[in-house]
Design a protein around this ligand. Structure first.
Ligand SMILES: Nc1ncnc2c1ncn2[C@@H]1O[C@H](COP(=O)(O)OP(=O)(O)O)[C@@H](O)[C@H]1O
Ligand SMILES: O=C(CO)[C@@H](O)[C@H](O)COP(=O)(O)O
Length: 473
């Protein structure tokens, strides 16, 4: 309690950084924020997340906070031995070394339909279940030492409780559990047989808490809520209405919507995740998003603001220059070994403006597939809410409505994963049946430019054509 009001904190332990948001528990007003970077790379020792958390919460950032929760990057494999010592560095969601293991597991269970029936998703390299198979095959000594497996948000939640002398047991929530590949959002149960299929034996797994449950309480009295995956956290931090689809442009690109019922997608594009309120969060994810713009600006030797200016000076379609932005391999489409492809390059269109435009268009066209996949499953797309680091880009904001074929709203600048985690903490603290009502304002709205539909459709068609010619998809 500070100045008569109750404060709650949300931690977003994402791929590139830890962000902390302290909010008024009743209104959601953001009172303080801070952040600290994570190391680069697709395998990271969990202690580095703790270091970033300690750095970001220094200087009294958590003073007066009554409850907190952690939203974390999904899927990462954190392996612990009998004494909870980390066995090896965590393999993150964007580590593609387990792509072969994913293909093997799909075959061994009887194909994609069997996986969708079992856990609502078709596993790709991102999923924890495939990382465990990779571990068993490539590091058998380490695999033998593993006693339990948890996810990044589970681990950080447990560490906060251990340091706060309030740890009782490892726990997780429905949202994050649904990204493991061995827990089903339809039945709300683990499929330990799939864990066994992956690793050759069953491991201890965290207890799946209900949405407003507490994971524990520190000796100092701070309630630590269940926490969740970062996309589920963002969904809880945003004020959405039916017909809203969220596109997040962070390290990953994600397209998701809240749903009362699961979506069944045997193409594997849409994963059947759970949300953080007891419902569902069908979600499509790409490995490439904001960092594509970073790479393009490095290539052109300009900053992100100049990249925006250049992109907006070029004509739609970049005079025929098209980028398949698979710079870190790709997850959707399932092309883990792909690299980027620049198609249609001529002497006439080889300008900085066209390269900048192709980067923005390519990044967005990659996500158009997610918006369309949701449409194909009957999801109404009345409005796209754009969040994540690259939603600050002027070029992204202006090009997105035409390519997504929907109006785009950009919520007031904010760390929505952290805000969602803080809202979950406030919910757990209140003991109420529903989370508190917090309103996220809209900063900017962008409409589809009338008459531009044909032109935008041809940008997407050219992208799809290059994808088909390059990768046969
Ligand atoms: N104005 C901008 N234009 C394009 N990209 C941006 C802009 N501002 C930040 N970014 C990018 O956003 C990314 C960070 O986004 P964020 O959502 O915090 O990622 P994550 O949650 O995955 O760690 C970085 O790659 C950064 O370069
Ligand atoms: O793997 C997924 C979703 O399935 C990613 O969205 C991760 O959850 C990482 O998120 P960011 O760090 O990009 O926010």
């Amino acid at each position: 309690m500070t100045d008569g009001r109750t404060l709650v904190a949300g931690v977003d332990s994402s791929t590139q950084s830890s962000k902390v948001v302290v909010c008024d528990a009743d209104t959601g007003e953001v009172v303080r924020t801070s952040r600290a970077p994570h190391p680069d790379g697709t395998e990271v020792h969990p202690d580095r997340w703790w270091d970033a958390y300690v750095e970001a919460t220094g200087d009294g950032v958590l003073d007066g906070v009554a409850a907190l929760a952690v939203g974390g990057q999904q899927h990462g494999m954190v392996t612990l031995d009998e004494d909870d010592v980390v066995v090896r560095e965590a393999l993150l969601w964007n580590d593609t070394r387990s792509a072969g293991a994913a293909r093997d597991l799909v075959d061994e269970l009887g194909g994609v339909a069997a996986w969708v029936d079992a856990v609502g998703s078709v596993p790709v390299a991102s999923f924890t279940v495939t990382k465990l198979r990779w571990l068993a095959e490539h590091e058998p000594d380490a695999a033998r030492r593993v006693a339990r497996v948890v996810l990044p948000h589970d681990w950080l939640t447990g560490r906060i409780l251990k340091e706060g002398k309030g740890f009782e047991r490892w726990s997780t929530d429905r949202g994050d559990a649904s990204g493991t590949g061995y827990w089903s959002a339809s039945t709300n149960d683990y499929r330990l047989d799939l864990l066994e299929l992956s690793l050759g034996r069953v491991l201890e797994v965290p207890e799946v808490l209900s949405p407003a449950a507490a994971a524990g309480r520190t000796a100092g009295g701070v309630l630590v809520a269940a926490g969740t995956g970062d996309n589920m956290g963002a969904a809880l931090g945003l004020t959405t209405t039916p017909g809203d689809v969220v596109v997040s442009l962070g390290t990953s690109g994600t397209v998701f919507t809240r749903s009362e019922t699961p979506i069944r997608d045997e193409s594997g594009a849409v994963a059947g995740f759970a949300d953080a309120t007891g419902h569902h969060l069908p979600l499509m994810c790409t490995l490439n998003a904001a960092r594509v713009l970073g790479a393009a600006s490095a290539l052109l030797g300009v900053d992100l603001a100049e990249l925006d200016r250049l992109a907006l000076q070029a004509r739609p379609g970049a005079d025929g220059l098209t980028l398949l932005p698979y710079l870190d391999g790709e997850r959707t489409p399932d092309l883990p070994d792909a690299t980027g492809t620049l198609g249609g390059l001529t002497r006439a269109n080889a300008t900085p403006e066209n390269l900048a435009r192709a980067a923005v268009e390519g990044m967005l066209c990659n996500l158009v597939a997610g918006v369309d996949a949701l449409r194909d499953h009957g999801v109404r797309v009345d409005r796209v809410l754009l969040i994540g680091g690259a939603s600050a880009s002027r070029a992204v904001r202006e090009l997105a409505p035409g390519l997504f074929r929907a109006p785009v709203a950009v919520p007031a600048p904010g760390e929505y994963v952290g805000i969602g985690a803080a809202r979950q903490a406030a919910w757990a603290l209140s003991g109420a049946a529903e989370p508190p009502t917090w309103q996220a304002g809209i900063e900017a709205e962008h409409e589809v430019v009338p008459g531009s539909e044909q032109e935008q459709a041809s940008v997407v068609a050219r992208y799809r054509d290059l994808l088909a010619r390059t990768h046969g998809r």
